[in-house]
Ligand binder design. Structure first.
Ligand code: ADP
Ligand code: MG
Length: 457
């Protein structure tokens, strides 16, 4: 069964992917529609789970003739069937090898580096380009295309969760896809520091230097953490010089531009400024929408446009949180057996709403924003009148007061013309239901919200 399924998968994947991820797998059990597939390491397990679940499920289902679920486990019995990088790494760190075997190890080491340290999901094809990250993306692509040439070093900076790590990995993945023999190393500056400290402790500083200076493309993440660490800066300075003068490429990320990193040695700062400095800004609405749409497709979950719109407005400054909010909504809906809609999304994101509440939006601000948005006089909004063109704005005010402030239903009733709490509840429920189907109303509520958040920020 498994050979037949593998055969079908082989037709759909590249040879290299097949060899790396699938060839050494076994079908351990097939029981009541649940297939257990064995592979050799956590690393292979994650690779399979991240990239090949759909083809495996499909091919296996085709072979057995009914739909199957697949789970991947680590089965040691298959360990000898595919390359195991662990021993090679150990070998490689034993520097007493002869010339020729050194070479062999070198080659395998580069695949081990790639496989061990780069996240295969962080690729250029999965990176969405918008005005906020266009320059950084273009620079990274140029470096990946021609390492050692332009923009050396490339220095990327930007706030948390905006894609710096993703871009560094994308360079590594791209370079290695084209030429697996290139030595790519991705490290956080903390790992660089730890490696150095360990090397000193074990009196292996020569090996440490060899390792770091023998690299074609060095990707250093979060360099701000070496600020203030003199020894590490010293060592990094020499690594930098060795690589740079050999036309090897260095890409660095940081949360701030070199100038703004306190206690960064002047000589490092000036070197970081030699090449290109590219910033990444928070994504604009259009980019946030595109990211959500793409992530929804990748998750294979149907996300209605109004939910995408809702999340894109709700989470503005951090792509990791944007992704997180989408995951949370999808998981919440599945857990409770609910459809994905704005109402469900609101409940799923209660925490985030909570943080909006902590922004301390006052009831007055809400009422004023509603009045300005709809062009309804404050006194009328807070009065007793019940004509249609006032009722809806007033209900929107009720809804926003309930969502964005600490007001109770009774408080809200008092603020809006002395209405009782059942009227308020009715108004809130009506709006929270209608924003699911009425695009115009939803956009109105969103833009008032946005205005309130901007005021409070
Ligand atoms: P940083 O290193 O700047 O803190 P990350 O690179 O870890 O941010 O990005 C956080 C998350 O957001 C990751 O899951 C990443 O894949 C995703 N992400 C960031 N920017 C983009 C983008 N432009 N397109 C798609 N996903 C992105
Ligand atoms: Mg990062």
């Amino acid at each position: 069964i498994w050979q037949a399924a593998l055969g079908a998968i082989q037709l759909q994947t590249s040879r290299q992917d097949y060899e790396t991820w699938l060839r050494g797998t076994t079908l351990l059990a097939l029981d009541g529609g649940l297939a257990t597939v064995g592979t050799t390491s956590t690393f292979h397990k994650e690779g399979l789970e991240n990239r090949f679940m759909a083809p495996v499920r499909r091919s296996l289902g085709d072979v057995v003739g009914y739909p199957v679920q697949v789970r991947v486990v680590i089965a040691n019995g298959t360990a000898n069937r595919i390359e195991n990088y662990g021993p090679l790494l150990e070998l490689a760190s034993n520097s007493e090898e002869s010339e020729s075997s050194d070479r062999a190890v070198q080659l395998d080491l580069s695949s081990a580096m790639r496989t061990g340290m780069l996240n295969p999901k962080y690729t250029f094809s999965r990176f969405i380009v918008g005005s906020s990250n266009r320059l950084a993306h273009a620079a990274c692509l140029a470096v990946a295309d021609n390492p050692g040439q332009h923009y050396n070093p490339l220095f990327l900076y930007g706030g948390v969760g905006l894609g710096k790590t993703h871009l560094l990995h994308a360079i590594g993945n791209y370079v290695l896809d084209r030429d697996p023999e290139i030595n790519v190393l991705y490290v956080s500056s903390e790992k660089f520091t730890n490696d150095m400290i360990n090397a000193i402790r074990r009196q292996q500083t020569e090996e440490f230097r060899m390792r770091y200076r023998n690299i074609d493309v060095l990707l250093v993440d979060d360099i701000q953490f070496i600020a203030g660490k003199e020894g590490t800066q010293e060592e990094f300075f020499h690594t930098f010089n060795t690589l740079h003068s050999a036309a090897k490429h260095i890409v660095i990320s940081s949360d701030k531009p070199p100038k703004a990193i306190p206690t960064l040695e002047e000589r490092l700062r000036s070197r970081f400024e030699w090449g290109l400095i590219a910033d990444i800004q928070p994504p604009d609405l259009e980019t946030r929408t595109a990211i959500l749409r793409t992530k929804g497709e990748q998750m294979n979950v149907e996300i209605p446009n109004e939910v995408i719109d809702f999340l894109a407005h709700k989470v503005q400054s951090n792509i990791r949180e944007l992704e997180g909010s989408l995951n949370r909504v999808a998981a919440f809906a599945e857990q409770h057996g609910l459809p994905i809609n704005v109402e469900v999304a609101t409940s799923a994101l209660a925490d985030l709403l909570g943080s909006a509440r902590r922004r301390r939006i006052t009831p007055d601000q809400v009422i004023l924003a509603v009045s300005e948005h709809f062009g309804v006089d404050l006194r009328i909004l807070q009065g007793r009148g019940r004509s249609r063109n006032i009722v809806v704005p007033r209900q929107v005010a009720m809804y926003l007061l309930r969502e964005e402030t600490e007001c109770s239903l009774v408080d809200i009733g008092k603020l809006l013309g002395g209405r009782d709490h059942t009227t308020v509840m009715y108004g809130c429920d009506k709006i929270s239901e209608e924003i699911n189907t009425d695009n115009r109303l939803r956009n109105e509520v969103l833009s008032i919200r946005e205005r309130l958040y901007n005021q409070a920020a």
